[in-house]
Design a protein around this ligand. Structure first.
Ligand code: ADP
Ligand code: TYD
Length: 212
């Protein structure tokens, strides 16, 4: 019998690449197709995520290794917590779309320490749940920083063009490194949002209907 598979999809990209815009567009499109959709993000809205947000906003200081460790813990909470964890939502039949997952750690922390260390530190999350699809929105950091600077006044810890350039390189390095283990779709985010959304839908629609 043909049915709708409930998927786990992770969006990735540097700050301002258009992830949250595309998460919302994809969620709406999947709902139109009859999927139950749950959208979520990292850092999470849970207790560890809120510590991370304070660090990002400069309210609290922490070494990059500590930040990397906090993200490992936040991700496990994101997966496993019994109120609104991803595993629970999948069990309830939702397609889950997350704005960031472990590739964000590989790219952002891989910019400050060995990427292999970061991959190893996140091995438990990868073992528990690999995305059916990682969607990486690739964008020129000058363009994404302009978009962010037009939208708001405060900047966060990693939001400089120089840092974003390094993070973009690390994303590309991680994608190359893990291309055999992970299902990754790269899309050109420098284009109008409708063009990006159309590309993403084309890719997702190939995996969103399955058989049981
Ligand atoms: P992220 O979640 O990756 O930080 P957002 O989706 O919040 O990115 O987008 C950052 C800003 O850029 C927002 O103001 C958004 O409206 C705008 N934006 C998103 N996608 C595009 C696009 N393809 N072209 C132009 N502006 C965009
Ligand atoms: P986010 O609020 O998603 O920022 P944006 O919407 O601008 O993309 O993420 C906050 C910051 O956290 C962002 O700069 C990326 C960083 N981050 C990490 O450093 N490691 C991680 O594992 C994750 C998930 C995010």
């Amino acid at each position: 019998m043909t049915t709708k598979k409930n998927l786990f999809i992770a969006f990735e990209g540097i700050d301002g690449s258009g992830k949250s815009t595309q998460v919302n567009l994809l969620a709406e499109r999947l709902k139109q197709e009859g999927h139950k959709v749950y959208t979520t993000r990292e850092p999470t809205d849970g207790p560890i995520g809120s510590i991370i947000r304070d660090i990002m906003k400069g309210k609290m200081e922490a070494d990059h290794r500590i930040i990397a460790g906090l993200f490992v813990a936040d991700r496990l909470d994101h997966l496993l917590n019994e109120t609104n964890g991803i595993l629970l939502k999948l069990k309830e039949g939702y397609t889950v779309i997350t704005d960031r997952y472990y590739f964000s750690s590989y790219a952002y922390h891989g910019a400050h320490m060995s990427m292999d260390w970061v991959i190893d530190a996140n091995a438990m999350s990868a073992e528990i749940l690999r995305p059916d699809l990682n969607i990486y929105i690739d964008i020129d950091p000058d363009i994404s920083m302009n978009r962010l600077n037009n939208g708001r006044s405060a900047t966060e810890l990693y939001e400089t063009t120089e840092t974003q350039q390094v993070v973009r390189e690390k994303y590309l390095e991680a994608i190359e490194k893990l291309k055999l283990e992970e299902n990754i779709f790269l899309t050109d985010g420098n284009r109008p949002l409708e063009a990006v959304a159309a590309d993403i839908w084309k890719e997702v629609s190939t995996i969103s209907v399955g058989t049981i």
